[in-house]
Design a protein around this ligand. Structure first.
Ligand SMILES: Nc1ncnc2c1ncn2[C@@H]1O[C@H](COP(=O)(O)OP(=O)(O)OP(=O)(O)O)[C@@H](O)[C@H]1O
Length: 624
């Protein structure tokens, strides 16, 4: 119950914060309109009683009452539609941008990698429009409630037996809420099918998949899979719909029969002279209103049920974000200072500084002793497989480290932990002896830079594609040029029609598309833009480059990293399957099934004739 109250609280607060004027005006209009039908009927009763001998007073009052209801109805029809849709638009936009704000401010990436979390997030995004109708749904229900209470109070004045109808009206409402619950449960159960259908449909539209789909002749298979999954989804939904319809129809039938019985009883009373002609007119005119209001209340309750679920998810996301905010930990050490990245509005608006995680330590400005992994184990959330198992390793300040090992050995996972996308399940990462878990993740990431194999192809101008590596240096021509040179991308940018200002990608008519390797060079330049990062993470960042470019890149990079290492004690962590590159690293770490099996320099490891020597020999043989 407490949970429901919190959800309703969030619902009301969101509506009032996102659209205060529209919400309030709509409430007033809906409450006034709720009273129209019963009040107008009462006006008719006054006129009928007046004509029946009660005098002119009731007739005059009846006319005034009826005219007033017409005035309210006219005002309502003129502004209601606008208030509803403008208010809903505002709430929808508010909620969608809040969802984005919350998800991008969660420091870790668990929410992007767990399917159950992804499901909830997509349900929430899909229902943002429903959340937008909050004022309408809630207050329509209130107004229908007002109508029912007024109508039943008037009927009870005629005869107390009509009060029974109130109970039966609740029966209708209960049936509608059951119907809604069954439908919502079914839709939640069908969510994984929906996710699959969406992902397959996107695949069918995705330009990058077009060639492969044709080569393997996958189009018809994809289509039939989408059809069969959609069929399963719709069959489930249809079953829930039929069940709901049956129970709602039953409740409606009971209500209508009871109402009919009550009207017949009143006619009998009128025949005996125990009821006035006005009473009879009142009951006959109110009959459709009671029925309509009870059905409307049923619809309202089911829509409120849907909205409450949606707001429940919204509240869940807010709770999830605060439980994953990594707040708490050590107080900042006085000699450790963090740097706040400056904002830029080149992404289409002022960019706010990242939200600080309060109560945690700032990142160091230089490394003195280095990074130590102490008995570190890790399983991805929602799984119990140890992807990293009791890893202990010391990376001295100023060194370059290469992680090698077979597919699935845990190299990329270790890179994710170093950039604190996740915290270890047990054990710790110490930065100059300070646990990484006590350092503000935002400040820590400002001291990192990274290049990945599956880099993002930002469809921006070339300047921005590189500049997002450090927005503060977006207009620093020298820094951009140096990064382009280190990423082996200067020539490529100079050949673009508008140089750094060229729009890249395929989405715009003026844009230039690049090859995979060219995109990767820009991604590397992006990684090199940040000034003297403490940790540079390179996870197979040259997989799409030709060997000549790769070799030139690493030679230049090794030189630059030696200078940076001397200045800040910076560490470079490189993941690669190419041993010609790996051998340049000061320290090579061989991983196997989540464990570190060998550590040493290239010479030492080749001399030790262990796993590394074996892997190196296999690759070297292939080139002989
Ligand atoms: N998001 C995830 N959720 C659950 N398990 C994951 C996730 N990402 C990776 N894994 C699992 O963790 C293990 C290690 O994966 P990881 O990507 O770290 O290996 P890797 O050594 O980088 O491999 P490769 O050389 O192929 O890139 C694999 O068994 C993989 O299935």
């Amino acid at each position: 119950m407490r949970e429901q109250v919190r959800t309703v609280g969030l619902w009301l607060m969101t509506g009032l914060r996102a659209a205060p004027f529209h919400s309030t005006a709509l409430v007033v209009m809906l409450c006034l309109q709720a009273a129209i039908a019963p009040v107008r009927t009462y006006g008719v009763k006054l006129i009928v009683d007046g004509v029946g001998g009660a005098g002119e007073g009731p007739i005059r009052l009846g006319v005034v009452v009826i005219l007033a209801t017409f005035a309210v109805a006219f005002a309502g029809t003129s502004v209601d539609g606008y208030l509803e849709s403008a208010g809903a638009d505002r709430v929808e936009r508010w909620v969608l941008s809040d969802i984005l704000r919350i998800t991008t401010h969660i420091p870790g990436i668990e929410q992007h990698e767990r399917p159950d979390v992804a499901d909830r997030l997509s349900q929430l995004r899909d229902s943002a429009r429903e959340l937008g109708w909050f004022a309408l749904v809630l207050f329509q229900l209130i107004s229908t409630g007002v109508t029912i209470v007024l109508v039943v109070a008037m009927l009870s004045g005629v005869h107390p037996i009509f009060a029974v109808l109130l109970v039966l009206a609740f029966g209708q409402v209960w049936a509608a809420s059951l119907d809604s619950k069954w439908m919502q449960d079914t839709m939640e159960r069908m969510q994984p099918y929906g996710r699959l259908v969406r992902s397959l449909s996107e695949l069918a539209r995705e330009p990058r998949a077009a060639t492969e789909l044709r080569v393997f002749g996958l189009g018809p298979t994809l289509l039939s899979r989408i059809r069969s999954l959609s069929g399963t989804m719709y069959a489930g939904e249809r079953r829930a719909m039929v069940r709901g319809l049956a129970v709602v129809t039953l409740a409606k039938t009971i209500f209508r029969l009871a109402y009919l019985g009550a009207v017949v009883y009143l006619i009998v009373l009128a025949g005996r002279g125990s009821a006035s002609p006005g009473d009879l007119a009142l009951v006959v005119l109110l009959a459709p209103q009671v029925d309509g209001a009870a059905s409307e209340a049923g619809d309202g309750v089911s829509r409120v049920g849907v909205a409450l679920r949606s707001f429940g998810r919204y509240r869940w996301l807010r709770d999830y974000a605060s439980s994953h905010s990594w707040k708490g930990g050590a107080t900042p050490a006085p000699d450790r200072v963090g740097r706040v990245g400056s904002a830029s509005d080149r992404l289409g608006g002022a960019t706010p500084a990242p939200e600080r995680v309060v109560g945690v330590g700032a990142a160091p400005v230089r490394l003195v002793s280095g990074i130590e992994l102490r008995d570190l184990s890790f399983a991805y959330p929602g799984t119990d497989v140890a992807v990293l198992d009791s890893v202990s390793l010391v990376i001295p300040a100023g060194t370059s480290v290469a992680l090698v090992g077979e597919n699935g050995a845990g190299k990329s996972t270790l890179v994710k932990l170093l950039s604190r996308m996740y915290d270890p399940t047990s054990g710790s990462i110490l930065v100059d002896g300070v646990p990484l878990s006590t350092i503000d993740p935002v400040a820590w990431r400002e001291r990192l830079s990274a290049g990945y194999q599956d880099f993002v192809k930002y469809e921006f101008s070339a300047r921005l594609v590189v500049g997002v590596g450090d927005l503060a240096r977006l207009d620093d021509e020298e820094a951009l040029k140096a990064a382009l040179v280190r990423g082996e991308a200067l020539e490529l940018v100079e050949e673009l029609p508008r140089g750094l200002e060229t729009q890249l990608g395929t989405r715009f008519s003026e844009s230039s598309e690049l090859s995979g390797g060219q995109w990767q060079r820009l991604a590397l330049a992006r990684a090199f833009l940040r000034d003297r990062p403490l940790v540079l993470l390179l996870d197979e960042p040259t997989a799409a480059l030709d060997p000549e470019a790769e070799h030139a890149l690493y030679e230049r990079f090794a030189e630059a990293s030696r200078v940076a290492a001397a200045e800040t004690g910076g560490i470079t962590v490189l993941v690669s399957h190419r041993f010609s590159t790996v051998r340049m690293a000061d320290l090579i770490v061989v991983m196997d099934q989540g464990r570190v099996v060998e550590v040493g320099s290239h010479q030492a490891l080749v001399g030790a004739r262990g796993r590394y020597a074996e892997l190196f020999e296999v690759q070297a043989r292939a080139y002989r």
